[in-house]
Ligand binder design. Structure first.
Ligand code: ASP
Length: 291
């Protein structure tokens, strides 16, 4: 038996000083919700999805309510879930306005397909009982302001306050990972980032689970999560593997970001090459958060 553990992130970036406590508190609330699922005997997948759902519902993060918008001001969501034991996985990309994409990905794990994109993905979600909402319901004033800055004033589409993710482990060492995002502010319509791609932004197997945040194009070029997972499988220290790959993603593939990782027996492991990354963890011994 190992100690259960759940770790969440609320995005890597350069958050204004004033909003940091709020971001850390939101992560802690999500970690506690996921931890409660583990404590009551729920699965690691359910725990990870519950934590991500809490973050999607919180308007300060770039996922679900408060998501980033495309260049033409539209909602386009990416999400993925992976179960380390069965290796079942599902991702959805360029999804229309659904409040909780992570729940759609969780449901899609029952299908043989691993990735659905665009209109057919949204239609599949509706056919399976998920409620599409008007885009305004997911668009906050602050996201709209940020969108104006990026699209009209040419500001840097900084991913601060970004993507959300969770990795979870139960007492048997089973692992799961889940990630959800609105992507980068002002992104090209149809653009897909690293988050919904299994082995890039989301990954779990019998040895480790990862969720990433940051400059998705660089993480895709780096084939991030699968490389870290294999390095851990073949003996590299998990924290070292994570730091090495984030440094490599910055230095060799040209992008900044962060990631969370737990293994079947160790963690929490987290690291970022941005100014910060809001995060929190839960274990039966207690909780903590940081930024
Ligand atoms: N990684 C996400 C993407 O590129 C953005 C983020 O982490 O904030 O879509």
């Amino acid at each position: 038996m190992v100690k259960p553990l759940l770790l969440v992130h609320g995005g890597a970036g350069d958050l204004p000083e004033a909003s940091r406590p709020l971001h850390a508190a939101g992560c802690l609330e999500a970690a506690e919700a996921g931890g409660a699922v583990l404590e009551s005997g729920g699965s690691v997948v359910e725990a990870a999805c519950t934590a991500v759902e809490v973050l999607e519902n919180n308007p300060i993060y770039n996922a679900g309510v408060g998501c980033a918008l495309t260049r033409n001001g539209r909602v386009s969501l990416d999400s993925a879930v992976m179960d380390g034991k069965s290796r079942n996985a599902a991702g959805l990309a360029a999804l229309d306005a659904f409040p909780n994409p992570v729940r759609i990905a969780q449901r899609m794990m029952e299908e043989p397909e691993v990735l659905l994109v665009g209109q057919p993905a949204s239609e599949w979600a509706e056919r399976h009982g998920f409620r599409r909402v008007p885009e305004d319901e997911l668009t906050t004033e602050s996201a709209r302001k940020q969108w104006h800055k990026v699209v009209d004033e040419g500001a840097d589409p900084n991913f601060a306050g970004g993507t959300v993710g969770c990795v979870a482990r139960d007492a048997s060492g089973n692992l799961a990972a889940a990630t959800s995002t609105g992507g980068t502010m002002g992104k090209m319509p149809g653009r897909v980032g690293d988050s919904p791609l299994i082995g890039v932004g989301t990954y779990a197997d019998d040895r480790c689970a990862l969720s990433t945040t940051g400059h998705g194009e660089a993480f895709m070029r780096a084939v991030f999560a699968a490389r870290v997972a294999d390095a851990v499988r073949y003996g590299e220290d998990p924290q070292k593997a994570l730091c090495r790959m984030l440094d490599r993603t910055r230095d060799f593939f040209g992008g900044y970001g962060g990631a969370i990782l737990i293994t079947a027996e160790s963690g929490p492991h987290y690291f970022w090459t941005t100014v910060g990354m809001s995060h929190a963890w839960w274990s039966p011994d207690g909780t903590g958060s940081g930024i």
